[in-house]
Design a protein around this ligand. Structure first.
Ligand code: AMP
Length: 190
């Protein structure tokens, strides 16, 4: 198995890149944001709980998020590996992901972090908000809160993966194919 954590602030392009990479490397793409949105759309209990956090741009509690992620991985153990997009976002999530992978006799091979300046992020998210229908993309204050939450709670995970010698930074500014090529170079070197 090859398991990649695709990392970066909101608007860095994780979802877009994951879509390209999953085809190229035949990996299962798991986006916790997409899973929450699916639950909201289908009016599940989990969706209702997640919505109150997501609408503000805050993180959904670890316990709920980890349980949902673990269940999704269990469903796809036959795959060649995973691209995790938007997970982990806290140290507890990263530790839990390591435990999960270990329990499957596997591991996270790399964290690939897309680097994009904050002002570009805000611009991209406001642009996406015109068509995404996402409440959390439609308001600049909520967008800025999401970026703040990233720096406050999530960015520390770079250190977590650096310690494990699994951190790879990639310039996330450029055309979509250019960035796919940069990420592919890292994956091919693993
Ligand atoms: P995303 O689609 O990755 O931008 O996520 C959208 C929203 O879903 C985030 O702002 C959080 O409210 C929630 N979310 C997604 N992934 C996680 C996670 N790993 N931990 C906690 N909340 C999450």
């Amino acid at each position: 198995m090859i398991n990649i954590v695709l990392f970066g602030p909101p608007g860095a392009g994780k979802g877009t890149q994951a879509e390209n990479l999953k085809e190229k490397y035949n990996l299962k793409h798991i986006s916790t944001g997409d899973l929450f949105r699916y639950n909201i759309k289908n009016k599940t209990e989990l969706g209702q709980l997640a919505k109150s956090y997501m609408d503000k741009g805050d993180l959904v509690p670890d316990e709920v998020t980890i349980k949902m992620l673990n269940a999704k991985v269990e469903e796809h153990l036959d795959s060649k590996g995973f691209i995790f997009d938007g997970f982990p976002r806290t140290k507890a999530q990263a530790e839990s992901l390591n435990e999960l992978m270990e329990s499957k006799g596997s591991q996270i091979n790399a964290m690939i972090a897309l680097e994009v300046p904050d002002e570009v992020l805000v611009e991209r998210l406001l642009e996406r908000g015109k068509t995404s229908g996402r409440k959390d993309d439609a308001n600049e204050d909520i967008i800025r809160n999401r970026i703040k939450v990233y720096y406050g709670e999530t960015e520390v995970l770079k250190e977590f993966y650096k310690k494990e010698d699994k951190y790879y930074g990639v310039d996330g500014v450029g055309s979509i194919p250019e960035i796919t090529a940069r990420i592919s170079k890292v994956i091919d070197s693993l």
